[in-house]
Design a binder for this molecule. Structure first.
Ligand code: AMP
Ligand code: GLY
Length: 425
């Protein structure tokens, strides 16, 4: 089997590495990949941008790729799945229209609302005046979101009316997020603990992936600016068996059924960002139409079944015929970012670390290979991931791995896993 993974982050390194572990998989190509994927056995990078659909199609045809797996949301929103399928090429991901669950927050909220799927109350606005009136009527704190993709920066939690008006004006009048902010969603501020609930869907059947929890803010104790994610672990203790069943029954199954009934059957990874309250009540914060980053890294460390094969089952509509086997251990990944991220940061630092073991692996994100040296080339650079006999052990091992990375100029949180450990106490 030949596999093509699209993207260049830590998620794509983990997806490609997982597929490459199986004898049935002859080779994995990553477009465009990073230094980590370039250095793996059985994996090679190809120099095609993840949004260049025409060239990706030509490559998949020339190489007779058996399955393409899409990492990031941008090509999905451009319609890469529709175009590959039109050409008879096997690709795992949602159609352009189904990907709107992530591409437009207004689309997502309207969908959840009309299907009675639990989520924060909300309003959608294009005018500053009506948006401001809504905030005044609802009270504070309140959450203001740019409708479209804004690289994780389009969510403002307003604690004062001034902050709310500022955010609304920035988005609607000053175009600070361009077209993504020409509409705003204003919603209830939810309290609780967040978890990532990711499943594979084949249009009808659902295969849940292991649960996980991300750490979105840059600094310890969930302080500082929001980032793409500073570390994750799997499983997430906050998702008890009871919460898991509640999510499947009231959120995931109704979502998949409604997408099908509304004529946009969902195929692909579906990622529900959840807020879980103290009583185990759950609401959808957002949907993503892809795997999470960095959640993928610990989850792929635990997945014992061949991901590429699972994707092929999904494309045949037979996810009900397979199961996913998981390593019972906990996996925890610490993101090492460039100092300054998510603001401006330095690139081109030389990085080295010891060889991977069966229980520890450094996944790459923003790296490139130059004269056989690994150089930093992005904000989130590495994800040091380890398996352990529980959360504490996985945490110790992952930080042990971090301490072995030689790189001047890195920044990382020192408390990844803290909420899970608190839950266990
Ligand atoms: P999003 O880009 O929608 O994932 O939002 C980024 C982060 O903002 C989330 O991970 C939450 O931490 C926070 N957030 C988003 N929506 C809400 C909400 N309605 N209530 C509380 N926090 C939220
Ligand atoms: N880790 C958050 C995300 O992938 O959106």
């Amino acid at each position: 089997m030949k596999v093509l993974v699209i993207g260049s982050g830590g998620r794509e390194h983990a997806l490609a590495w997982q597929c490459s572990q199986f004898d049935e998989v002859k080779h994995v190509f990553v477009a465009p990949g990073n230094a980590g994927t370039a250095l793996e056995n059985k994996i090679s990078n190809i120099d095609i941008n993840s949004e260049n659909i025409a060239e990706l199609i030509s490559f998949a045809k020339e190489e007779s790729i058996d399955i393409t797996i899409v990492g990031p949301e941008a090509p999905l929103l451009l319609g890469i799945v529709d175009e590959f399928l039109d050409q008879g090429l096997a690709i795992f991901g949602p159609s352009k229209i189904a990907a709107q669950l992530e591409g437009s927050k207004a689309f997502c909220k309207d969908f959840l609302d009309r299907n009675d799927i639990p989520t924060a109350y909300y309003g959608v606005f294009t005018e500053t005046k009506s948006a401001t009136e809504y905030v005044k009527g609802k009270g504070l704190p309140i959450v203001i979101k740019a409708d479209g993709l804004a690289a994780g920066k389009g969510v403002i939690i307003a604690n004062t009316l001034g902050e709310a008006i500022h955010a609304i004006t920035d988005m609607l009048e000053d175009n600070c997020f361009g077209a993504a902010g020409s509409k705003v969603v204003i919603e209830e501020f939810l309290v609780g603990e967040e978890a990532s609930f990711i499943v594979m869907v084949d249009g009808s059947n659902i295969l849940p992936m292991a649960t996980s929890q991300d750490h979105k803010t840059r600094d310890n104790c969930d302080k500082g600016p929001n980032t793409g994610g500073m570390g994750a672990y799997s499983p997430a203790p906050v998702v008890s068996d009871l919460v898991f069943e509640n999510v499947m029954e009231n959120i995931i199954r109704p979502t998949v059924a409604a997408m099908r009934n509304e004529g946009m059957p969902y195929t692909g990874f579906l990622y529900a960002g959840l807020m879980i309250d103290d009583n185990g009540g759950v609401k959808v914060l957002e949907y993503n139409c892809r795997f999470g980053d960095p959640e993928t890294q610990p989850i792929m460390m635990r997945l014992k079944s061949n991901l590429a094969k699972l994707c092929l089952f999904a494309l045949n509509g037979s996810l009900d015929k397979v199961s996913a086997n998981w390593d019972d251990r906990t996996a925890l990944g610490v993101v090492m970012a460039a100092n300054g991220y998510p603001g401006s940061y330095q690139k081109g630092d030389v990085i080295s670390y010891p060889k991977a073991s069966s229980a520890s692996k450094v996944f790459h994100a923003g790296t490139k290979l130059e004269s056989n040296k690994i150089l930093s080339s992005g904000g989130r650079v590495l994800c040091a991931t380890s398996l352990g006999s529980g959360l504490k052990d996985a945490q110790e091992k992952a930080y042990g791995l971090v301490s072995e990375v030689k790189w001047n100029g890195s920044y990382f949180r020192t408390d990844i896993g803290f909420k899970g450990l608190r839950n266990k106490e």
